[in-house]
Design a protein around this ligand. Sequence first.
Ligand SMILES: N[C@@H](CCC(=O)N[C@@H](CS)C(=O)NCC(=O)O)C(=O)O
Length: 213
Amino acid sequence: MDIYGVMYSPFTARVVLAARHKGIKHKLSMPKDGLKSPAYLKLNPLGKAPVMKDGATVLFESGVILEYLDAKYKKKRIVPSNVKAMAQARLLAALFAEYVQPHIFPLWGQADPAKRDQALVDAKLVEINKGLDIIEGRLKASPYAAGDKFTIADCYAVPTLFWLQALLPPVGVADPLGGRKKLSKYVGKVRKDKVIGGVLTEMAEGLKQLQSR
Ligand SMILES: N[C@@H](CCC(=O)N[C@@H](CS)C(=O)NCC(=O)O)C(=O)O
């Protein structure tokens, strides 16, 4: 299977996390001529990463790719079959995807206090904290986001929390998790998971390269 994207992208990292957890053989690379090349636009007309190519099946949108992977490769399901557990995992995934992740990237480029749009930063931090408070109330962290098993919730949580920790300190937030106990426990625990730990290391390396450009 081919996955087009880069590890520092939270959207690509979601898919790589699921593929690695499920033991699906894959090759991760950037499209040869870039995301806006005619060849890549044939795979994803939005010109965004990730794209997954599994034989004749080509898909874009990380959430759709995750569903495909779990439905096609049935080992180590990331969507629990128990209805209550499934709802718990999906809700956490949605909270990270819809209420935290979108407010993090606007903080990119806001590190320099002299050039900072403080109103924008403040507004984004309000939204992020609102999302994190709700997540804190529902997170299991025992040790995975939705309980004792790795689920789709971790595929969303891990990359978002990586970016949260990367972009909040430069805008003056010393503790991006805001002292929230369950989130802090989660971050500490999942770092030790082999698959998650590996992805986090690669995301950090990717971000370092991006910052040195
Ligand atoms: N909703 C999409 C978002 C994908 C996305 O925004 N990818 C970024 C990478 S971080 C991208 O390709 N940006 C390049 C661009 O939009 O030109 C998904 O979940 O896959």
